[in-house]
Design a protein. Structure first.
Ligand SMILES: Cc1cc2nc3c(=O)[nH]c(=O)nc-3n(C[C@H](O)[C@H](O)[C@H](O)COP(=O)(O)OP(=O)(O)OC[C@H]3O[C@@H](n4cnc5c(N)ncnc54)[C@H](O)[C@@H]3O)c2cc1C
Length: 412
């Protein structure tokens, strides 16, 4: 599979061959595992991170790297399921994550094309505009900087757009490499081609690898995207989707630079950046469907192509790469971050917001392991029960996604 974000210059790290000890063992070398490794090693913890393949080649390589406080679950639904305080907290966590990402980029001098800017969610029909009005009203009442604009020139037709100011984007692999190198400078140890097989014992626990080496640690973080050992508290709380992405080369100025999303079901997301003096890079993604529906990828890429032609009818473009990736959706709209049993933590079900949730989970788990309070612990607690409202909403969404996406694309 291709990705727009492939870069050179990654060190290779040795396989773990002998038993070792750590304060914290981290399983999984993607964005989430690396954030935890960085923040914990910065606090002086002895960190050993193991990765079954090579670091940074999981779903993190296939992201589109919008960094937003607005999340895949509508604010109106968050209010309905979790109440006003938690709806506000969930956006506030995203806001703080954007600031944390920017401060680490500055502190560690990471050259990664980080750029602040607005996210525009646009309506294609008057009904969709009504739902944006409700989102905007609620966001502003909760204290966030958003605005609705009916006649905004985005360079393509729409029925009104909701602007969420001061969001961000970056080159995810350049950032990831910087975070990895900073973690190593802080003293973290990384082992590649080292797959966790099981967790044994209590106080201290051991992570046993497929090859039989053991890491004895007081705390263990499972950051394997979908928890590798399927802990009971996470059962029935997530569902896997597949999303499709095109990377296009376009003439500078032919589409406004920035981040855009629509409200179709399944939805589309577009990001336009300056690539060089000759081209802009336009990333267009979407047409998501449940993983269990084994659709031939060609049909979904065809649907994505139709979206591009309908939305940008005069656009001249060349396809530079295309890929698909997996998105793990939480069943009630918020991720699973925290302990599944004493001293064993997960960071999972980030939906399409893993850039902020990786930073958020790194911060929460570092605080929990140090015994410090963190205002977000109960919000993302993986042991929470799913409310009937959340389950009902998920069933409704699934019906809509199936008819709007999977069923529609079968006939492409
Ligand atoms: C197409 C697409 C678009 C996206 N767009 C956005 C976006 O615009 N903004 C946003 O915020 N998020 C987005 N996301 C989501 C985001 O990319 C992910 O949530 C995030 O990268 C997940 O990071 P991770 O570290 O949890 O997982 P991964 O990067 O998958 O890392 C997990 C690692 O664990 C390793 N592993 C698995 N099992 C074991 C084991 N037993 N032992 C050792 N290692 C193991 C894997 O090899 C892997 O390297 C997108 C995702 C996709 C697919």
């Amino acid at each position: 599979m291709e990705s727009a974000w492939e870069i050179e210059g990654f060190e290779r790290y040795s396989k773990l061959k002998e038993d070792t000890e750590a304060d914290v063992a981290i399983i999984g070398g993607g964005m989430a595992g690396m954030w935890a490794a960085y923040l914990l090693s910065k606090e002086g913890k002895k960190v050993v991170l193991i990765e079954k393949d090579r670091v940074g080649r999981g779903e993190t390589l296939y992201t589109t790297a919008f960094i937003t406080e607005e999340i895949d679950t509508d604010l109106v639904d968050l209010l309905d399921i979790f109440g006003k305080k938690d709806a506000r907290l969930s956006w506030q966590a995203g806001r703080e994550a954007i600031d944390l990402i920017e401060s680490v980029i500055k502190e560690e001098n990471i050259d990664c094309e980080f750029e602040r800017g607005s996210l525009f969610v646009y309506a294609a029909t008057p009904e969709e505009f009504k739902s944006l009005e409700a989102e905007d009203k609620l966001a502003r009442s909760l204290g966030f900087q958003t605005k609705l604009q009916k006649d905004l020139d985005l360079g393509f037709e729409h029925d009104g757009a909701w602007e969420i100011e001061d969001q961000a984007k970056f080159h995810p692999m350049k950032f990831f490499k910087g975070l990895l190198e900073a973690s190593i400078r802080n003293g973290a140890t990384i082992h590649e081609r080292t797959e966790a097989d099981r967790i044994l014992g209590k106080d201290p626990m051991k992570v046993v690898t497929k090859d039989g080496a053991k890491i004895t640690a007081r705390d263990i973080i499972i950051a394997t995207y979908k928890p590798f050992n399927n802990p009971a508290p996470t059962h029935f709380k997530k569902g896997m989707y597949v999303s499709y992405v095109y990377e296009l080369r376009i003439k500078p100025g032919s589409v406004r630079r920035g981040m855009f999303e629509d409200l179709e079901n399944p939805y589309h997301y577009v990001r336009v950046d300056q690539l060089n003096h000759k081209y802009d890079r336009m990333i267009v993604g979407g047409e998501d469907h449940r993983e269990e529906l084994k659709l031939p990828p060609k049909k979904n890429f065809t649907a994505l192509d139709e979206y591009i032609k309908e939305t940008f009818p005069t656009l001249e473009y060349v396809i530079a790469s295309k890929w698909s990736g997996k998105i793990l959706e939480p069943s009630d709209g918020l991720p699973l971050i925290g302990p599944v049993e004493p001293h064993i933590y997960v960071a999972s079900a980030f939906s399409g917001n893993g850039m902020t949730y990786s930073a958020i989970s790194g911060r929460i788990l570092t605080d929990l392991i140090q015994g410090k309070p963190n205002v977000y612990t109960s919000l993302y607690d993986p042991q929470r029960s799913l409310s009937p409202k959340a389950l009902l909403k998920k069933a409704k969404d699934y019906g809509g996604e199936f008819l709007g996406g999977a069923a529609k694309n079968i006939f492409k």
